[in-house]
Design a protein around this ligand. Structure first.
Ligand code: PLP
Length: 474
């Protein structure tokens, strides 16, 4: 047996030989050090396999030829090398019809935002540098004028996401003090954002008022004490209350706050700069209107309906925003130049005519698509798939629903047109799995054993890639 072991070990290729072989195939894509690590990994796995095989067989196993073994090892190293080099965070095609899908990265960036990101990342930037006097500038100086002219706010701070924004607002204004919130607004907003938990973490003390379905301004007024630090309103964008319910208007809270010199904050969540009611989205707060109400501070997500990068945007009165900016916690939550560049590009887009904005800003582009438009697109997708794949799939057009968001996002439903696809041998789930594994992954919905492509969140350029992925999966 000892002889066999040493025969096996000798049949394994020498490291130098392997390195040369892999290097010939990979060129300069990976350093020698990385290639060496991969080779060692594969060789030691092979060695174990061979030894285990021999122990199990209890007698000499048929040894592969040295050359075969070398080829097999190089093949495995090449496989590992290729998967190391290929990015694992990929562009995917979103055929789910969920416009703001948190798991798929929420909003794509507009072309202008994208250019801003590339330009600011390619070299150095004036992130915190005043080009006028050559002195240190402030991180949000470049954004202030733009966002304030669009929203009517006096000042702005940007942090990593809206959860961080709410935390920072509470920590700054209400640390160790009571925050009055309606019971109907103590919501959980997907992804683990629960208003009471955020409040606890921030060191503010929650004081619930009203009932689950009805809260009046008198409820807030009765709860005021000398330790009240803030009146907080939360927009429960992901669920709707119907029937016997009452939500205290922001204007009444602002009036109460003013009377008692207590600041008022509104966690808007998404909000919008464009009136979306004509596209079937009712009740999403209009940011300019909210800020005009006199509220002290509001917070929104950058990557919900605004259509920008992930960010928490804090807007409001200058004095409050300045205090928030000086909180040491702000230093821990601050955003980088990529986010600011993307946000600036997104906001510049909003200076255009509304029709143009509803083309360039992706969530608006998709939400504003009409069933008539989607029907036309469904024909083109169907034709593209037929042209590439012949009659391998049966296809039909269906009326269905798409969703503005899910979980943490505005839960509005929109009428849509879907292309439903079936195959004689594969189940819909099997097709969906294979589509996810495609070169450009395609993410679909499945219902009634049909694969559904929702035209709302697709671009014409996606159709050929979908067709290609479908042809290849058979
Ligand atoms: C989405 C949302 C949040 C969390 O925002 P993120 O940007 O996901 O951190 C907080 N509050 C409300 C009301 C929201 O809608």
């Amino acid at each position: 047996m000892g002889n066999n072991v040493s025969a096996i070990l000798q049949s394994l290729p020498k490291m130098d030989d392997l390195l040369g072989g892999v290097k010939d195939e990979l060129g300069s894509l990976l350093s020698i050090a990385v290639i060496k690590r991969l080779c060692q990994q594969v060789v030691s796995k092979k060695r174990e396999e061979l030894l285990a095989e021999m122990t199990a067989a209890g007698s000499p196993t048929i040894l592969k030829s040295k050359e075969e073994l070398r080829e097999a090892i190089i093949g495995e190293v090449m496989f590992l090398a290729t998967s190391l080099i290929n990015p694992r965070l990929k562009r995917v095609i979103n055929a789910t019809g969920v416009v703001l899908h948190t798991n798929l990265g929420r909003s794509p960036l507009s072309a202008r935002a994208l250019c801003g990101v590339v330009a600011s990342a390619m070299g150095y930037s004036n992130l915190e540098f005043s080009l006028e006097d050559g002195k240190r500038g402030l991180r949000y100086d470049n954004l202030r004028e733009l966002i304030c002219s669009i929203t009517g706010a006096e000042d702005v701070v940007v942090v990593n996401n809206n959860a961080a924004a709410v935390m920072l607002i509470l920590d700054t204004i209400a640390f160790g003090r009571e925050v009055i919130v309606s019971r109907g607004e103590l919501v959980e907003i997907g992804g683990g954002f629960r208003v009471p938990d955020v409040m606890k973490k921030s060191g503010a003390l929650l004081k619930e008022v009203g009932t689950t379905n009805r809260t009046h301004i008198d409820d807030y007024a009765r709860a005021l004490t000398s330790s009240t630090g803030l009146l907080l309103k939360v927009h429960a964008s992901n669920f709707k209350m119907v029937g016997f319910c009452n939500d205290t208007p922001l204007s009444e809270l602002v009036a109460l706050g003013r009377e008692h010199r207590i600041p008022v904050a509104y966690d808007v969540g998404s909000g919008s700069l464009v009136d979306l009611s004509r596209y079937g989205i009712e009740g999403e707060p209009m940011l300019a209107e909210i800020l005009a109400s006199g509220v002290d501070v509001i917070s929104i997500s950058g990557d919900k309906l605004l259509g920008g990068p992930q960010a928490g945007i804090i807007l409001g009165k200058r004095e409050v925003i300045q205090t928030i900016a000086q909180n040491p916690l702000n230093r821990a939550l601050r955003v980088d130049k990529l986010t600011l560049a993307a946000l600036e590009g997104t906001l510049i887009d909003y200076l255009q005519d509304e029709e143009v904005v509803c083309q360039s800003i992706y969530p608006l582009r998709y939400i504003s698509r009409t069933p008539a438009f989607l029907k036309k697109e469904a024909r083109i997708l169907t034709k593209t798939i037929k042209k590439s794949c012949g009659n391998k799939f049966s296809l039909e057009e269906l009326a269905g629903k798409s969703f503005a968001g899910g979980g943490a996002l505005p839960g509005y439903e929109l009428d849509s047109i879907l292309v439903a696809l079936e195959n004689a041998t594969l189940t819909a789930e099997q097709i969906a799995t294979k589509l996810r594994m495609a070169e450009v992954p395609v993410i679909v919905r499945v219902a009634n054993d049909k694969v559904l492509f929702d035209l709302r969140t697709l671009e014409q350029d996606d159709y050929a890639e979908i067709a290609l992925a479908l042809c290849e999966l058979l």
